[in-house]
Design a protein around this ligand. Structure first.
Ligand code: GLC
Length: 675
């Protein structure tokens, strides 16, 4: 049952607090059984199964210390919290309710988590090290359900993974779920996947092994099946005010003039007509995902309670889904409005007070100028981490053009940002690859946006440019000619084609490209995240076409189930799986071992004299690593500028000749030098 039900009715936006302030059921007493992340340093033993609650003096003192820490944090942030809240809502009773509930959620937070909070506060750089390696996965695809994932934790350890992103697992209607991004109950795990108890058991088991857990917080919208939406559809004013309902078609029409479309083909338009309600409702994404109206303080407060409820289940990293969209304003693009930043800052403050050990990961799939403001400022930070999305897209552009110049430019932009900013680096995720490139620069090189996008899409479908890639278009827009692309890393590198054609040389080339791209990705500053299955070279899965609920959404082509039969080959280097897994393993170990890979090291690119070879450098505390990455199918030789330096090849262990380094097709080098 939705825990909002029955409560919300009493809570008019702006209504005096009172009846609504009942204790959160989930916040009440936390289950035991957890130890906190090792990556986390700082061990939680207070709730180990069977551990009796220590009611002695020591424990009383600890409680007093934790409570004092909470008060100290609240006092530190309360002025700004109040100021920002009032600026948005000008409603002191709702503000008072928020503060009360924050304290309740703090009270409901397990002691082990509170201690982890304290520990992380004392070493705020803990996630900026070179130790973290992520993997994103769908629970059902990976291991059936949460218990299945828990039974597979060994695999993460074997893969050097200590951060898992569990793709959306909250309750969502079958067939109208957008892969779980249409949440109908923020306090309930989808039945097929398990329960909240299973989630707590999984986070606890992960923490014992030093694995951090990330989940999505889908705050821009709810499913049309959410309790609020159901009541809004029935015409209850309070619930209608939690969404954007318009009876007059002129208002949606006015919005449409300035608001771009997210899914122009699969879900055109930003509004959905509700026949039975006689209203339009705003639906930026799919028609069954109703945009929440954050002008209503009840929406903000309740969503913050959901956020804290989930944080208290032992989540370490909260991915704020589609964050740029959360504030809407007529006659604007409804993206990145200033109020969005106020809300994210409020979330940061609230978590900083209640659960400072957690990290906020913002999903801002936009150009760098739009992404970077979500870090906030040094004094007023917003997200801890953001996706390095333009770099990801530019990487694939580089594959298709064999020209590293745009990538160098992009990496230089990222490298010039403050080193405190932590990016999440990836080759691909569960979503499509949109060609958000710097067309201003490309135009200067004779590449116009539309034909270039056409080339990239043709290339990755395997039609142009000597490509061996396989995959599918996504949301091809017949009006603008725009389209995005879907495919697994291995398929985009040519593994699928080579396997089908039994082409050994082609397979060799494909695997080299795949490994080289990972090596390059690991060399970027930040946290690398693998897509589950990429570590064994899983190819596209076309079976989604047989499922009517998925058939229209080609993103499912790269969201196939983990093939555990193939994963048995990881130790056999004669297989695709063994070759990739072994190579990535080696790179991952190097990355964790060498301190020049820490996120806040100096990082730069350099001209290698070869248009297809990217040169990257990293320096930290006297150690320097040079990376060379050949994005072409040609043998090349490059000259390193620093004559006389001595380099060790970190892969072969041999000394390298700096004067001339040769790279095979799609080859790479990690060269370490001492300064
Ligand atoms: C995010 C998700 C995407 C989803 C959208 C709507 O962009 O990554 O998969 O479709 O939000 O929730």
């Amino acid at each position: 049952m939705n825990t909002f039900a029955g409560k919300g009715g009493a809570s008019e936006p702006g209504a005096a607090r009172g009846k609504d302030a009942a204790r959160e059921p989930g916040a009440a007493r936390e289950k035991g059984g957890a130890s906190e992340p090792g990556a986390v340093r700082g061990k939680d033993t207070s709730n180990e199964p069977g551990a009796a609650r220590d009611t002695g003096e020591g424990s009383v003192r600890m409680d007093a210390q934790r409570r004092a820490a909470y008060r100290e944090r609240f006092d530190r942030y309360k002025d700004e919290l109040r100021w920002l809240y009032m600026e948005l809502y000008d409603n002191s009773s709702m503000y008072a309710e928020l503060c009360d509930r924050m304290e309740e959620f703090y009270g409901g937070r397990r002691d082990g988590l509170k201690d982890m909070d304290l520990h992380r506060e004392s070493c705020p750089d803990w996630y900026r090290s070179n130790e973290l390696l992520g993997m994103m996965l769908y629970i059902d695809n990976f291991a059936g359900n949460m218990k299945g994932v828990e039974a597979r934790l060994d695999y993460f350890e074997k893969s050097n993974v200590n951060y898992i992103h569990l793709m959306p697992f909250l309750d969502t209607p079958e067939g109208r779920s957008d892969g779980g991004y249409a949440v109908s109950d923020f306090r309930k795990v989808k039945e097929e996947l398990g329960s909240m108890e299973d989630l707590e058991s999984l986070t606890a088991a992960c923490h014992k092994r030093g694995i951090n857990v990330c989940m999505d917080f889908v705050m821009n919208h709810t499913s049309e099946e959410h309790e609020w939406a159901k009541r809004a559809r029935q015409g209850e004013g309070e619930y209608m005010s939690r969404y954007f309902f318009f009876a007059d078609p002129r208002i949606p029409a006015q919005y449409e003039k300035t608001v771009p479309q997210v899914f122009p083909t699969t879900a055109p338009g930003n509004f959905t007509w509700l026949e039975e309600a006689g209203h339009y409702v705003m639906t930026t994404f799919y028609p069954y995902q109703w945009d929440l109206n954050y002008r209503n303080p009840r929406v903000f407060n309740e969503m913050m309670y959901n956020f804290l409820y989930l944080a208290n289940r032992g989540i370490d990293i909260i991915r704020i889904d589609a964050v740029p969209y959360i504030w809407k304003e007529l006659n604007t693009s409804c993206r990145n409005l200033p109020q969005v930043h106020t809300i994210v800052r409020l979330m940061r403050i609230i978590s900083q007070i209640v659960c400072p050990g957690i990290l906020l990961l913002g999903e801002v799939v936009m150009e760098p100028e739009k992404v970077v403001p979500y870090f906030g400022t040094l004094e007023k930070p917003e997200c801890h981490m953001l996706y390095n999305v333009t770099t990801m897209a530019t990487t694939w552009h580089t594959v298709a053009t064999r020209d590293v110049s745009l990538l160098r430019r992009q990496l230089d932009i990222v490298n010039s940002l403050p080193k405190d900013y932590v990016f999440l680096n990836y080759l691909r995720c569960h979503d499509d690859i949109g060609w958000g490139l710097d067309y201003g620069v490309l135009r200067g090189q004779g590449m116009e946006e539309r034909p270039h996008k056409q080339y990239l899409n043709d290339y990755f479908q395997g039609y142009a440019g000597g490509s061996n890639s396989r995959g599918e278009l996504y949301n091809a827009d017949p009006v603008t000619g725009d389209a995005r692309f879907c495919g697994t890393t291995a398929s985009m590198c040519g593994v699928e084609k080579a396997a089908l054609e039994g082409d050994a040389a082609g397979m060799e080339r494909a695997l080299r490209m795949d490994v080289m791209l990972h090596a390059y990705m690991f060399m970027q500053s930040g946290i690398p995240v693998l897509y589950s299955g990429d570590e064994i070279g899983q190819t596209n899965d076309y079976t989604y076409k047989e499922n009517p609920a998925k058939a229209a959404d080609s993103r499912y082509v790269h969201r196939g189930a983990m093939n555990w039969r193939l994963a048995e080959n990881i130790k056999d280097p004669a297989t695709v799986e063994g070759r990739l897994f072994g190579s990535l393993n080696e790179l991952e170990r190097i990355r964790k071992r060498e301190k020049a890979f820490v996120s806040n090291a100096d990082a730069w690119t350099f001209d290698t004299g070869e248009g297809s070879v990217l040169g990257m450098g990293r320096y930290f505390e006297g150690e320097k690593i040079i990376g060379l990455f050949n994005f072409s199918e040609r043998d090349v030789k490059v000259r390193l500028q620093e004559e006389g330096g001595r380099y060790v090849d970190l892969i072969s262990g041999k000394e390298a000749e700096p004067a001339e380094v040769s790279l095979p097709p799609y080859g790479f080098r990690y060269l370490k030098t001492c300064v």
